[in-house]
Design a protein around this ligand. Structure first.
Ligand code: AMP
Ligand code: MG
Length: 344
């Protein structure tokens, strides 16, 4: 089998054999690379005639991802967004082109999702990280203070400057930067004339052109419950991202709080959803998967149905007297991404 990639929440297993295409002086082979960036393993699969060309392109793609990590890392105190925390209210601060670009995109997702997606949730996310360490809910006063320092309407991007209207704001690109990094890696591989490629950033996946003779890259989404069938997608020049509470959450007093927060209430989500979004690029898929998690099933599907090229699959776990029951729902075109385009 060729190019099957299994995604389950944030985990991805990639297994495939090398393809030998006939014709030409040297056969086309699949080359695979992996490096840790942004706290997750990034994997690149690329088809090339020569190993040297594949190595060079993958090197450049990883360098681009590392460059983005230096801008968007929340864990590196020297990253551009970490240094921005010192910004004073009302003072424009110069920012890099990458940061200006992703900030603009993020604000536009905030507007489109009525604030469900919001990269200014940094102070809230920080509180919830502490809650996870201490195993106790954030104190209401701290939550109120963090809410006062967040909100996409409290920042303005003008050309290559950002102005915060409150002090102590903290940007968090955890819901969009990995997707953007996958897109940029694909772009770099294409620049190196290697368009037949897949980039997996810890479960966010962007694919380029399909391998020769194939309709697309086969990507399998593992079901939340082991006995349910996996969903197979066939993608080309598209991307897929998954958000959910399957691996990252804190349980306090028997209630499970996700690492995704509702920007309006400041609370970690308690709905048990796994959201998989397919889009034309991984930045969109990544942002929309996080946004739909906050919006919930109905509003989320409505939102996705209104966006060109975006599809979603939602798996929701509800507790019943007979135990947990899994329900799935999808946007109008989701099913067409797999079965209708099968080609093995
Ligand atoms: P993802 O796994 O792509 O859904 O991203 C989750 C991460 O995004 C969290 O760990 C936070 O760093 C950040 N985040 C949490 N809630 C939100 C939100 N409502 N909007 C944007 N980013 C968020
Ligand atoms: Mg996301």
């Amino acid at each position: 089998m060729l190019g099957t990639v299994l995604i389950s929440g944030l985990l991805l297993v990639s297994s495939q054999t090398q393809q030998q295409a006939t014709g030409g002086a040297q056969s086309v082979q699949r080359f695979r690379f992996a490096e840790v960036h942004m706290g997750v393993p990034f994997r690149i699969s690329v088809y090339a005639r020569q190993e040297q060309a594949a190595n060079k392109a993958a090197r450049a793609a990883f360098e681009r991802i590392a460059e983005l990590d230096r801008v968007f890392s929340d864990y590196d105190s020297k990253s551009e967004i970490s240094l921005l925390r010192a910004a004073k209210a009302g003072q424009p601060v110069p920012i890099s082109a990458d940061l200006a670009h992703l900030l603009r995109q993020s604000v536009s997702y905030s507007r489109a999702t009525d604030g469900a997606f919001d990269v200014t949730v940094g102070p809230l996310v920080r509180l919830w990280r502490r809650a996870r360490r201490r195993q106790e809910l954030p104190e209401p006063e701290l939550l109120a203070a963090a809410l006062a320092r967040s909100g996409f309407d409290k920042l303005q991007v003008q050309d290559r400057h950002v102005t915060f209207s409150a002090a102590g704001m903290r940007l968090d690109f955890g819901a969009i930067a990995k997707g953007y990094a996958c897109d940029e890696a694909i772009r770099v591989l294409k620049e190196h004339k290697l368009p037949v490629a897949l980039v997996d950033g810890g479960g966010d996946i962007a694919v380029g052109d399909p391998p020769a003779g194939k309709a697309g890259w086969r990507i399998e989404i593992e079901p939340a419950q082991a006995e349910a069938p996996a969903t197979t997608l066939l993608l080309r020049n598209q991307a897929v991202a998954t958000s959910g509470d399957r691996y990252r959450f804190v349980e306090i007093d028997g209630k499970r709080y996700s690492h995704i927060v509702n920007p309006k209430t400041g609370m970690g989500l308690t709905s048990r959803m796994t959201v998989t979004v397919v889009a034309r690029d991984a930045m969109t898929a990544d942002a929309c998967a996080s946004a739909v998690s906050v919006m919930g099933r109905q509003a989320g599907i409505r939102f996705v149905n209104s966006r060109e090229g975006v599809e979603v699959l939602i798996t929701e776990l509800t507790e019943t007297a007979d135990g947990p029951v899994e329900k799935t729902a999808a946007s109008c075109g989701f099913r067409d991404l797999g079965a209708g385009r099968q080609a093995r």
